[in-house]
Write a protein of this length. Structure first.
Length: 255
């Protein structure tokens, strides 16, 4: 029933959560067996369109936000960081000139946890444009090494992803028609625009903290211009060959 109203990714996550719950229940002796291996994501589950922003939309996205949220936007869009990685940053994770930072933890459902995968624990390169706004923001952050870069109203705790998105980012982005461009869209846009300008896939995957297969299959979306160009190249290659063959046949017939 849930598959009829929820997206395929949400249904898949529900399945994953149920499997984790039952594995724990069996291990702790609360359930005699685990029925979840029989679960599957049904074909009725909706597959949503994976939207990405173009260059103009990405610029508008950044410019619509105040400094703190603009820094978060920069780190997601240009450095390829996940929201949980951004919000788990402490001063000690960022080098003095803000040219690089270290991912050693993530914020997951309000708790500080290990990075998502072994590849996620990494060093991230920061472009000069992002380093500039990050430096400006760091001037306002507590000087202690353990201070949260993006602290909540309680300075001892980091911001939650949903709070910063729904309270501070989305309302501003709704005003410019980009309220749909959430953190998942930012991550896909990072991958897709990087692909468009021919950023090395391995470098891009290392920057985002996952394997190269995930980078190409999950996050990278080719643009319509790129698809049209590829189709044109194929048509040109085939039809030019056909034209050359016809020319040769006409020449033979004339002889």
């Amino acid at each position: 029933m849930k598959a009829e109203t929820l997206s395929k990714s949400v249904v898949a996550h529900l399945r994953w959560d149920l499997r984790a719950i039952f594995r724990l229940a069996v291990a702790e002796g609360y359930a005699p067996r685990d029925p979840t291996p029989a679960l599957f994501t049904p074909k009725e589950a909706k597959v949503g369109i994976k939207r990405v922003m173009n260059r103009k939309e990405a610029q508008l996205h950044i410019n619509a936000l105040p400094l703190r949220e603009r820094v978060i936007d920069h780190l997601a869009l240009f450095a390829g960081m996940r929201p949980g990685e951004i919000l788990a940053l402490q001063r000690k994770h960022i080098v003095e000139d803000c040219s690089e930072l270290f991912i050693e933890q993530r914020l997951y459902r309000g708790d500080i946890d290990d990075p998502k995968t072994t590849l996620s624990k990494r060093k991230v390169g920061i472009p000069p444009q992002t380093a500039q706004v990050l430096t400006e923001w760091m001037e306002l952050v507590d000087r202690k090494a353990e201070a949260w870069v993006f602290a909540s109203e309680n300075p001892k705790k980091p911001l939650w992803r949903d709070n910063v998105w729904y309270r501070h980012m989305k309302p501003k982005l709704d005003e410019v028609g980009l309220g749909w461009a959430n953190f998942q869209v930012l991550r896909r846009t990072h991958a897709s625009l990087g692909h468009d300008i021919h950023v090395d896939p391995k470098v891009a995957a290392d920057q985002r903290g996952h394997g190269i297969g995930v980078a190409l299959d999950v996050y990278t979306q080719s643009s319509i211009e790129e698809r049209r160009g590829a189709a044109e190249m194929l048509a040109t290659e085939i039809l030019s060959g056909e034209t050359e063959r016809e020319t040769e046949e006409n020449r033979s017939a004339a002889v």
